[in-house]
Design a protein around this ligand. Sequence first.
Ligand SMILES: [Zn+2]
Length: 407
Amino acid sequence: MEVSNREFTKTINQFNILDTIRRAGLISRVEIAEKTGQSRAAVTNITARLLNEKVIVEKETKTSSSRGRRRVLLALNPTAAYVVGVKLSAFQVSFAVTNMQADVLSSLIVPVRIGKKSVEFVADLIEEGIRHCVSEALISMRKISGIGIGIPGLVSSKKGITYWSALYRKGNTTLRNLIQQRFNIQTYIENDANTVTLAQQWFGEGKGIDNFLVVTVEHGVGMGIVVNGQIYRGVKGIGAEFGHMVIKPGGAPCRCGKHGCIESYVADYSILGAAIDACKAGKWQYKNRSSLTIEEVTAIAKKGEPALQKIFKRSGEILGLGISGLVQIFNPAKIIIAGEGVRSGALLFEPMQKMVKAQTTPEMYETLQIVIQKWQDTDWARGAASLVLQELYKSPLDRARPAISEN
Ligand SMILES: [Zn+2]
């Protein structure tokens, strides 16, 4: 019992040190001791082991003040491990191979409609994509420490199962298990908005912030909640479904079967639907409305079409009203807006910001920062990769070791 307690303490101390290095970027041993409250001897001891395992590296810098004296600082070793992130969505599957710092080494986007296909079909597709992407990154499959899969829908990350997802037909084996068996590599599955939240928490705008929210806008509206430094998942372990919070009872029909959900006003498909309806009603002109896309609608609205701007304004206001409700409840330091929906820019987010300001208690609004994230195609897959990375950081010597010793 005593031994296992000691082991446990050692693991926690090691995680704290590693986490301190990750947050700082570059840091001296003395500063680590100050920040973690551990003795200098303990820090020297643990960092020696991490250096030996190649999880961290030493970097020499000259101090600015003194006569060019050298300081030895510690940093994470980005090549300590590699992971793969996979993101499933209705119209495409995207992949990314990243290093330990979530830098994308190679990526792949396969445009495919996987709706209603079998889980085995989806597993085949993922397997092909992973092999291709890893070979593009010029590393061997044996160096991959884990695979993370992000998926829209109700997902229990802990159990590795989906309760509901519109993407594929379930089979006898779960998607997570199929992929894990095929590669014999630890595989994790998580709601896609939560993976983006993890990426923000570990490597992005959420670094060092204990209370923040992420709202993702595109085909659907997703959300991740970080409270006291932890992702909040609720009783069922599936997290937040902000997109299906009813904001107008009896309002527009939603994909989930209810009426008046936030998603039914804010998601890409609902904006596109409203634009087509307005075109049918003669409020604006477009020669081939059946082939209209959300990208075109956005571009035409940006050029100044008032009928379309009105649709974005309404969507933005509804999103703002929803977000104001979140601020009232969570009092977060930051709300990060992510997803392809950020392409709408001021069309959607100006009315959103105005509504948040108008509807939020001033004392709570004062300390709130809203960040509209620049969005890249690979960000979803990078989020899924972060799902694995956080596991590696929690126990680097257990899981990163095989990848490192195979040099
Ligand atoms: Zn809904």
